[in-house]
Write a protein that binds this ligand. Structure first.
Ligand code: SAJ
Length: 401
């Protein structure tokens, strides 16, 4: 069995490695020659614990090889980004481009699977494209949509142990896809059709976005009501059937903050709650920036000098180094733009240096600052002692006070 993975990113590369580890001959394809070169050198270009060892083993054994071009295989996986355009319209051009690239290689009996998060109907659209260019393959190849749900930072475990939803364009395709994934997935493989599988991925992340929006809305209300939102949520969650998530400085990453737009773009009249949750989570970041800017002004009025401000955290979520689409980065930038040269110390313990922000070590920044804005709840921040002599702004539950 030979599998061709189109896209060696946060999902494609780990999946290619795990498949290669389980006896499948894998050709990993990426348009970025540097990614190909690093992968063939056994160097991981993404941050994922214990994946580098597996990469080295599978490259050394020849089970995994990377290239800019596909090779004839039995199964083809589309694992490329699906961002959205300026107007929040989904962009499946990478999925289409990857599909066109493998078109000439497809032959009777092959399996074609999309893993990329996609708007409903994408798998059908791609099948029409394939059969338009290769009419002789109609009903002769297996086509399915199989989303992933791994949590960055825990991919090597979750890729094997998470249940997966397998949505074929027909039941034979579903069965063929299940046969493939059964080689390395220990979680249950749940059968459905392609449209349901596409919507399932969007549903999972939209549900989380709404849950986070509820927590963020509570934080706005509690700030005005003089209630400690962390205490409130902790108490409400004592109810056996209540599970309110944690407020933050906004929702980052290119999953939860993106996927709901795949639904609202196609179903604008029906998806009001989903759209409102996006608005609330985006507004929370703006609200946090305004709070910090007001704190700076209040400090200047009270102390007749400009404060030193520590912005604690740039990553989009705790204990990772990924700053892409990070609300913390957005807030830090907004504060720096308007602080008229208050001294802003930027802290991100998971990153050595940054090409835009000069970084300060977190203890030093905490010591020096008059105002401390906690944006990302990194574990080291929780070791800091609570200081009554500083203006502490806890947007992400470091002190929960
Ligand atoms: N966040 C909060 N409060 C919370 C939880 C999260 O403010 O209580 C924020 C985080 O700080 C972050 C954002 O939301 O900015 C997203 O965080 P996340 O924990 O959802 O992490 P992701 O986006 O890396 O992973 C999600 C996961 N989806 C679900 O949990 C339903 C993961 O399983 C998916 O595979 C991934 O999206 C994806 O790739 O779609």
């Amino acid at each position: 069995m030979k599998a061709c993975f189109m896209g060696l990113g946060y999902i494609g590369l780990p999946t290619a490695i795990i498949a290669a580890k389980h006896g499948i001959q894998v050709i990993g394809v990426d348009i970025n020659p540097k990614v190909v070169e690093k992968t063939n050198a056994g160097e991981l270009h993404i941050i994922e614990p214990d994946m580098e060892t597996l990469l080295k083993e599978t490259v050394a054994s020849g089970a995994l090889h990377a290239s800019c071009q596909p090779e004839v295989s039995n199964a083809y996986f589309i694992v490329v980004p699906t961002p959205f355009k300026g107007n929040h319209e989904p962009d499946i051009s990478y999925v289409e481009a990857a599909t066109r690239t493998i078109l000439p290689f497809l032959k009777e009996g092959d399996l074609y699977i999309i893993e990329s998060t996609s708007p409903i109907g994408t798998t059908e659209t791609m099948s029409k494209l394939i059969f338009k260019e290769r009419p002789e393959l109609k009903d002769k190849i297996y086509i399915a949509y199989c989303p992933e749900r791994v949590l960055p930072g825990n991919v090597s475990y979750e890729l094997i142990h998470n249940d997966r939803v397998i949505g074929g364009l027909n039941s034979e395709s579903t069965d063929k896809a299940i046969e493939f994934y059964s080689q390395f997935v220990k979680g249950t493989l749940h059968k459905t059709n392609a449209r349901t599988a596409e919507m399932c991925k969007l549903t999972e992340n939209s549900s989380r976005d709404i849950q986070i929006a509820f927590a963020n809305e509570l934080s706005l209300i509690c700030d005005k009501a003089g209630i400690n939102v962390w205490e409130l949520i902790n108490l409400a969650n004592k109810h056996p059937r209540v599970n309110i998530l944690q407020p933050g400085c906004g929702v980052g990453g290119h999953c939860i903050a993106v996927d709901p737009y795949f639904i609202t773009a196609d179903f604008p009249a029906e998806s009001r709650l989903i759209a409102d949750a996006r608005e609330i989570n985006n507004y929370k970041s703006f609200w946090c920036a305004e709070k910090v800017k007001n704190a700076i002004l209040e400090f200047e009025l009270k102390h007749h000098r400009k404060p030193t401000v520590a912005m604690m955290g740039l990553a989009f979520k705790p204990n990772i180094d990924d700053l892409r689409e990070s609300p913390a980065k957005y807030i830090t930038t907004k504060v720096m733009q308007s602080c008229n040269n208050a001294d802003i110390l930027v802290v991100e313990p998971n990153v050595k240096e940054h090409n835009v922000f000069k970084l300060t070590e977190y203890k030093e920044a905490y010591e020096k600052a008059d105002i401390v804005a906690f944006l990302t709840a990194h574990e080291p921040f929780k070791t800091l002692e609570y200081r009554e002599d500083k203006v502490l702004m806890d947007f992400c539950g470091v002190f929960k006070r």
